[in-house]
Design a protein around this ligand. Structure first.
Ligand code: SF4
Length: 419
């Protein structure tokens, strides 16, 4: 077994800017919710954020708040309150930890940002079921609580090739949102403002893609664990200049690491791919474990999910429809396997870690034989770790550590690097 060596997670300098941007984001939302202006829209992570921005809403993403509940491990205390009102421990632990926190009058925002006492009350809640039906149920609970409208898009599932039929169907649903949004925000829809929001969103996406692609370098300048932090502006600020400015700061720092040969994982000897949701409450522990094993988690489906190369300012609504339908999570298994094959080749991956996330079957791809098919067809080894995005009762530190160490040892022997 590889001997554990104590190492430090390398800091990314741009993180300081990001912390400031996130603070600004939440203070702006807090103030808008208190003053009633600008209007606040809640939006699921791949909901029509560009449309909401074009119509002057400030946009709040409850999944981001769910991730904060996981990362701060507050989720363990809040999930039972949602269970108590009938939301099963088996369903999305973002949903249960978030609703539970609200019922308890708590939010990690209060600990992070002085003066913020609660999440921002919405004027409208907008979903896209491209991740799952849970997001619709989640927003529906708040819609009932505040008597606010809940509107959205129902997407296709198991999509192989994205066709014009898919695009027309989703584009029609996006257009149908315009009238109710006009009534809520009190202003007319302006196609040029939407073009601008789509342009900004696409530019953010292109920069985020470039950021992630720096990890094709050997050694890699960043890890999956870094990307779960630095993706925040792409998640909550897509469609704004602020997000673009941030990645224009981060990207040169990572490129400089590449040209100087600076590794995120000192002495990188193995390269892995993370498939599935992060285990938010164990990011630091896992990052440290992989550092000790001199193994870099170079890429992930999760961080890639905020790359929207289909967005096109000249054809904003149809291109939004295409971008939302091209998302990995709604695709067929053959498509997903092809995609993973491309990732394995592009990033020079030695093995895959599948995370079987107990309460998120939608972002879990190890339950229907995919790891075995990839092993058979491509010879790529993998392990599957049982866990959860937020509910740490589903995760065993000891078991995961044993599995990961054994996997690293097996891979080291396979690719012929020292233990
Ligand atoms: S995709 Fe998974 S983690 Fe995300 S909201 Fe849906 S069930 Fe929850």
């Amino acid at each position: 077994m590889a001997e554990a060596k104590k190492v430090e997670i390398k800091k990314i300098v741009a993180a300081k800017t990001m912390r400031k941007l996130m603070a600004d984001h939440f203070y702006e939302l807090d103030q808008a919710a208190k003053e009633g202006h600008p209007k606040v829209a809640w939006c699921t992570s791949v909901g029509p954020a560009e449309l909401l921005r074009a119509m002057g809403f400030l946009v709040y993403f409850p999944e981001n708040h769910g991730a904060m509940l996981g990362a701060t491990r507050m989720a363990a205390e809040t999930i039972p309150s949602a269970n108590a009102i009938g939301y099963s421990p088996e369903i999305c632990s973002y949903l249960t930890s978030d609703i539970g926190a609200f019922l308890q009058g708590r939010t990690p925002l209060s600990d992070a940002y002085e003066g913020i006492n609660t999440i921002p009350e919405p004027d409208v809640l907008v979903y896209n079921t491209n991740q799952c039906r849970e997001v619709q149920d989640w927003l529906a609970w708040y819609g009932r609580h505040w008597s606010k409208p809940v509107i959205g898009i129902e997407c296709y599932r198991g999509v192989g090739e994205v066709t014009d039929v898919h695009v027309a169907g989703i584009a029609g649903q996006i257009k149908a949102l315009i009238r109710p949004l006009e009534e809520i925000c009190g202003q007319r829809f302006d196609i040029d403002r939407l073009r601008e929001a789509v342009r900004l969103s696409r530019q953010c996406s292109d920069l985020w893609k470039e950021v992630l692609e720096t990890a094709t370098a050997k050694p890699s300048p960043l890890t999956f664990f870094d990307s779960t932090i630095h993706m925040a502006p792409a998640v909550v600020m897509r469609g704004t200049q602020t997000a673009i400015d941030y990645y224009q700061e981060l990207l040169p720092e990572l490129k400089a690491r590449v040209s100087d040969g600076v590794a995120a994982v000192e002495g990188e000897r193995l390269r892995l791919y993370w498939e599935g949701m992060p285990i938010w409450g164990r990011l630091r522990d896992l990052a440290t474990l992989f550092l000790e094993l001199r193994t870099c988690m170079v890429a992930s489906t999760y961080a890639n999910s905020w790359i929207f190369t289909a967005l096109e300012p000249d054809d904003p609504i149809r291109s939004m429809a295409r971008a939302y339908t091209e998302l990995f999570i709604v695709r067929s298994d053959p498509y997903k396997e092809k995609y993973l094959e491309e990732m394995i080749n592009t990033f020079g991956v030695d093995g895959i870690v599948f995370h079987d996330s107990k309460t998120c079957p939608h972002n879990t791809n190890s339950r229907y034989g995919m790891p075995q098919r990839l092993q058979e067809r491509l010879g790529i080894p993998s392990i599957t770790i049982a866990g959860d995005l937020n509910d740490l009762r589903c995760y065993s530190d000891e078991q995961a550590k044993t599995q990961i160490e054994a996997f690293a040892e097996q891979l080291a022997g396979r690719v012929g690097v020292s233990s």
